[in-house]
Ligand binder design. Sequence first.
Ligand code: FCB
Length: 437
Amino acid sequence: MAHLEFPPNFLWGAATASYQIEGAANEDGRGESIWDRFSHTPGKVENSDTGDVAADHYHRYPEDIALMQDLGLDAYRFSIAWPRILPQGQGPVNEAGLDFYDRLVDALLAANITPFATLYHWDLPQALQDEQGGWASRAIVEQFTHYADIVSRRLGDRVKHWTTHNEPYVFTYVGHAEGVHAPGLTDRKLAVLTAHHALLAHGAAVPVLRENAGPDAQVGIVFNFGPIYTTSDDPELLAEARLKDAWGNRWFIEPVVNGTYPEELMETPEFSALQIEPGDMDLISAPVDFIGLNYYTRHLVGAGPDWSPERTAMGWEIFPQGLSDLLVRLHKDYHPKALYVTENGAAFDDEVTGGQVHDPRRVEYLREHLRACAAAIEQGVPLRGYFVWSLMDNFEWSMGYSKRFGITYVDYETCQRIPKDSAAYYRSVIKANGVDD
Ligand code: FCB
């Protein structure tokens, strides 16, 4: 069997996020986040699940780092909970919160694992939501920058890879227009405003992170992409696809890399209310060192009700070619210095049998998406690393614990971890620095 070799310094990683795994929601001075409030509001999350305990990573991080070592991971992508650091969003700093990430980072480095820190993976301090509507207020730009400063001052001597936001599309649009994520609002114009503020906050934080993490800092941002395909060349379908692509795939990356919003969006009623102040677009387009992309599936415009592709437990089509097409497109259209796949993976209905978890479909999903990465590298894409979502099963937002994305199974009664077959598979890929063809 032929072997697709990855470049020698390719980073093999796994990803998680604070609210999804940490638990310890009321410990060591952590403040309330919008996800605490949202998940405790009846009807918002499946089965009324909350992140109160989650995978209890806050207490079990040494065991989790041992799992990472066993996998042979080069890098670990995690996020920092803003309300652990600044329980009220601003004001007094909670040293105990900083201490937790300090211990985590030291333990990662001792295990020879490169930390990739995300500042914002959706757990906004509730106080900021209550006082000013969170991202709806321009004041958030300064507040976020202050938070970035505090965290990177403490960790910047050891953490060199930083991302500002995870998937701003999701926390702005899905949180403020679709109402499916915290804070659960349904106002499209408001979503566009929160998006602008999130982008400004990103741009303002970039130089702060560079300053505090020193000359070898690598600073980036993570976007979700769902490439759009059509069932035919019908002009109506193509027009629909173009607009969907502007909203779903170009809205955030273009201001960051080009300093402009897509023309198609500027013409929409949602954008008509947006006040762009002089200097905004320059601030947003502060140069970044890399773009992180999260890829799970594509969208097919024109598909009828009897279209029935192979899907994951999320109902998402399995379409590996979408990842290579996307990587090539990002490289050609935007020329980022470097790209990382910061999330890729699949949920399936895993079960424990005889103390083991056999997840052949996840193994296959990973194999095919890694082949897609290899194909993109082959075409000259500067892809520097890959992070599987996720290191372990966790709180899947509005779906609660019903969806398992981990390569490690978590028993939520006992918090016991059981590496799935996909963990063994991923270990073999890392060891070989490649995937079979
Ligand atoms: C992404 C999120 C991540 C996880 C995966 C399945 O949108 O960044 O936290 O929920 O989807």
